[in-house]
Every structure is written in C-alpha cells, then in structure tokens.
Design a protein around this ligand. Sequence first.
Ligand code: NDP
Length: 452
Amino acid sequence: MSYIENVYKVMEQRDPSQTEFHQAVREVLDSLQPVLEQHPEYQDALLLERMIEPERVIQFRVPWVDDEGAIQVNRGFRVEMNGAIGPYKGGLRFHPSVNLSILKFLAFEQVFKNALTTLPMGGGKGGSDFNPRGRSDAEVMRFCQSFMQELYRHIGENTDVPAGDIGVGGREIGYLFGMYRKLTNTFTGVLTGKGLSWGGSRIRPEATGYGLLYFTREALATKGESLEGKTCLISGSGNVAQFACEKAIQMGAKVLTLSDSSGFIHVPDGINEEMLAWVKELKNERRGRIKEAAEKFSSVEYHEVKQDRDCNPLWTIQADIALPSATQNEINGKDAENLLNNKVLAVCEGSNMSSTSEAIEKFLDAGILYTPGKASNAGGVATSGLEMTQNSMRLVWTREEVDQKLDEIMCKIHETCAQTAEEYGKTGNYVFGANAAGFRKVADAMLAQGIV
Ligand code: NDP
C-alpha cells in the first residue's frame, strides 16, 4: 500500500463517521503523489499524518434562553487546524448540520486556501448546530453572547481570528464582538467582518463574491474568453451569491438564477440591479425566502426543490458558467452531467467543496475550466487578512484600495495555481495546482519549525 493510501486508511479507522472530512482529505492527498516524489523529506517528517490531525479541537456547551423563557442547549466548536504560517483564521458557521466532520473538512480546506492568499494566516473553522432561521434578533444575540462566553478564552488577534460563514453575517459578528470586548476589556481585531465604524474593512462583505468573479475572469482568459455576454447560474442567495451576482452583472454577464434551501428563481432575461437590491433587502434585513421574488417580479419564475432529490434542476438550465455559492456537495455526479450536456464552459466554486468527488472527476475528464473553492473563493479570507492588517496599523483603506488589493491577490492565486499545475505537467488542472501549491507552502513551514 502506498504511503498516501496508508495515511488515508488510518484516518478512516480513527474517525470512521467523518465522511465530509475524509472527502476533503482525499481530494488533497490524491494530488500529492508527484510532490512527495520530488520531496521525500515531507514523508520522512510524517507531514501528511501531522497535517490531517488538528492542532487543537475545542468543543463546548452553549446554553441560552429563548423568547418564551425556555432553556436551549447547542454545541459550539472551534477547530484550530494548522498555525504554521500564521494565526488560525477561518469562519464560524451556524447551521443545524454543523458537526465535527463538517468543521474539520472546512478547517482542512482553509489551511491550503489561506496559504494561497500570500498572507500569513493559518487555518481554522468553528461554529454551532444553532439554527438562526426563524429566531428573533434578541434570541440570536443571546445565543452569540453565550457562544462567546466560552470561545473568548481560545481566540485572540495573534492566536485565532474567526470570521463569518453560513448563518454568520454582520449581525452575528457584531453580537460576538460586543461580548468579546466586554469579557476581555480590549478592543482588538479578534474577529473579521466587523462593521465599518468599529474596525471593519471596506469590501469585506463583497470580497468572496467579487473575488470569485476576478478568479473566473482570469480562468476564462486562459481560453481567450471573457465574462462579457456570458450566461451564469448562481446557487445560494446569501453573502457569497449576492456579491457574485453583483460583480457578474457589472462585468457584463447575465445571471439567470439564485436559490435558497427551499428552491430557486429563474430569470430568463437575467437578474437586474433592481431585483438584486430587492433580494439583498429580503435576505439581509427581512430574512425572507427567495420564492417571494416571484411574487414581486413578473419576470421571475420560482421552482421548489426537494432536499431528497437525486439532482438539482437549477443545474439543468442552459448556461455558459456555473458559480455554486450555497453549500458543500451541491453539485453531484448527475448535476455535473447535466451541466456538461449543456456545454458549460466553466464551473468556478464560491462555496467550499461545492462538488462531490464524482462531479470533479467528470469536470476534469471533460477538460472544462473547473476551479475548486479553496482557490476561487479565497477572496473572502484574503480581505479578512487585509482587515487584520488595517486593525494592526489602526487605519482604514479606501474602497478602491481594498478592491485593487483583492483583485491583485486573486490574480496572484490564479497564477500560482496555473504555474504549479504547469510545472508538474498538468496544465489547466486547478485542483492539482491549488492543492500542490498550498501544501508546499505549509509543509516547508512545518519542516522549518521542527516536530511540534
Ligand atoms: P449565507 O448563510 O450568507 O448564505 C448561504 C446560502 O446558501 C443561503 O441562500 C442558504 O439558503 C443556502 N444554503 C445553505 N445551506 C444549504 C443547503 N444545505 N442546501 C441548499 N442551500 C443551502 O452563507 P455564505 O454566502 O457566507 O456562504 C456560502 C458558501 O460560501 C459556504 O459554502 C461557505 O463556506 C462559503 N464561503 C463563504 C465565505 C464568506 O466570506 N462568507 C468565504 C469563503 C467561502 P437558506 O437560507 O435556505 O439556508
């Protein structure tokens, strides 16, 4: 059995139920054979075994009282995966599906993503199985306060700097930051995604979606293509999807869809700026459902999607580009076939691990442009890194400055992935390029720091 297969087998035996984590590890390890052949020192130092083991996992009870006065108990987690190149950095997710397997997969991906950003950030991820949907602002605040009453002991501007993810946006970061400040009596850059008047960075809310489009533009350019006039399918209608849609429209593309976990809207003529502004208000202020868009606009069709379906009808709509921006494994093998049958040019991931292993294989076999989340959605954490820099320097950059730095970072990530793939004779394979480049950077730092 090869070294890689053995590492994988031991991991499966240790944590047999952590399927999402296995999937994320498998995707990285499958890329690494040529790198290990070139660098036997990585295997000698047992780097793979060390990288798949989190440096620290914190799990805690989060008790809180709902609006009826009933006591609720949730689980809180923080996975501090790898701090070799900087403080742990990665979002917090509040969603009923959250468990250790999902957070370990996200933290593992985050390590390589952060390494690609060119900024000094290690990888971590955290969250809770708390479901904010249908909860009042006061309930969300009490939950966030209880969550932070434990988390504050483990984080810090030089230790671990959480941010948002699914279910954690500006409102939640505000409540979390307020409690951290009260408990520690310090005002530091311990969280990113903060409001502008209290240490936030301009462009941070936009960053993941905008960055996704900058990366997509670079990938298309390798085939002599551009976004101008292209049709796009976007899933999700949260932070990433909203700003991916905004930038796609600005770049001259036509966005045909947005979705939530109940269904999707289809706008054959393309979502316009007025509709997008309405969706932002619906999702960020009123916290409503995407189907309401069909009641508001006559050109919008709504299609309900059952969670137990074998494929998502959203991906059967004919379009040039797919930008999945909702959640993991949202494109399965059948969805991939549907996209390929419709001659999709590019699938660029906004969500983390958007595609199943089967779907990735189909995209790579077909030779389309396929860019994994850890490369194409890295703009969010990169701008969080820029927020940390501004906090340390106690200054605020303009919108233009941050946007330009974000664009430069996305170009650099694209170049690194493309060049690394080429170096190993795998031109155009962004999965290999992202995994190999991210891995080498972290591996070299771990080697230099000894067995810790
Ligand atoms: P939000 O909570 O703002 O939005 C998530 C969207 O996805 C909502 O429309 C939600 O619908 C939908 N969704 C969530 N879970 C499911 C599901 N199981 N099935 C179908 N739809 C679902 O999250 P973000 O936009 O921040 O995050 C989206 C993705 O992007 C995630 O994979 C996240 O890890 C990734 N990401 C986010 C970054 C960021 O900066 N925010 C950075 C890098 C990656 P509903 O409201 O019905 O649940």
